[in-house]
Design a protein around this ligand. Structure first.
Ligand SMILES: [Mg+2]
Length: 204
């Protein structure tokens, strides 16, 4: 089957480097657990414009070049790539498209058949979203850490594995849709995908 894989927070451990960048440059003491939202300006206590400038500055820094794969991702992608067609679906800004593709070929050589750059989050209005990309690429399961993108994919009929992170926790009254499961590690992802395969096999 075709599996969509998000880049930041799922394959690429971007936050540890972003935190190091910010703490070094702005003399702050942020820790991962404080990042309970994608609205960085709320966490950094600055304007939205300023937060975007900082992220773009980070893209050009040594910290960005030092981003490491998320724990267990290389082994799991190796296993999954033997049976499935894997595609990267990321909302990372297109200005770092070349650097991102280079990073992927460095840490995940020949594992992905495609890297799709969807509506960048810094553009207020963009029609092209991950949900649409999943549909067009015939993705059966998409793995993401962004709750809003994940919900749109699931509403659009794509099964979603939500990679557990401090920024995708639910309010008490809220729950995940039936076709979305929370996963806690790459081992967990491999197991869940095996489970889905078994389920699809039984339905045939
Ligand atoms: Mg992400």
């Amino acid at each position: 089957m075709i599996i969509g894989v998000d880049l930041d927070g799922v394959l690429a451990g971007v936050l540890p480097e972003l935190i190091k960048y910010h703490n070094d440059k702005y003399n702050t003491n942020f820790e991962k657990e404080q990042f309970n939202s994608f609205d960085l300006w709320k966490i950094w206590n600055c304007t939205k414009e300023e937060s975007l400038e900082r992220v773009f500055d980070f893209y050009n820094s040594k910290y960005f070049r030092n981003i490491q794969p998320v724990e267990g991702s290389q082994e799991a992608i190796d296993i999954l790539s033997k049976k499935h067609d894997l595609v990267v679906i990321t909302s990372r800004a297109s200005v770092v498209k070349d650097k991102s593709i280079e990073w992927l070929s460095n840490y995940f050589p020949d594992k992905f058949s495609k890297a799709c750059f969807t509506s960048p989050w810094y553009e207020e209005e963009s029609g092209y979203e991950k949900a649409q990309a999943c549909k067009e690429l015939k993705v059966k399961v998409h793995i993401d850490d962004n709750l809003s993108f994940a919900r749109k994919c699931s509403e659009n009929g794509t099964k979603v594995l939500l990679y557990n992170q401090p920024w995708n926790q639910l309010d008490k009254s809220d729950s995940l849709p039936e076709n979305m499961k929370r996963v806690y590690s790459w081992n967990d992802i491999v197991e869940k995908i095996q489970g889905l395969e078994d389920e699809m096999y039984r339905m045939q």
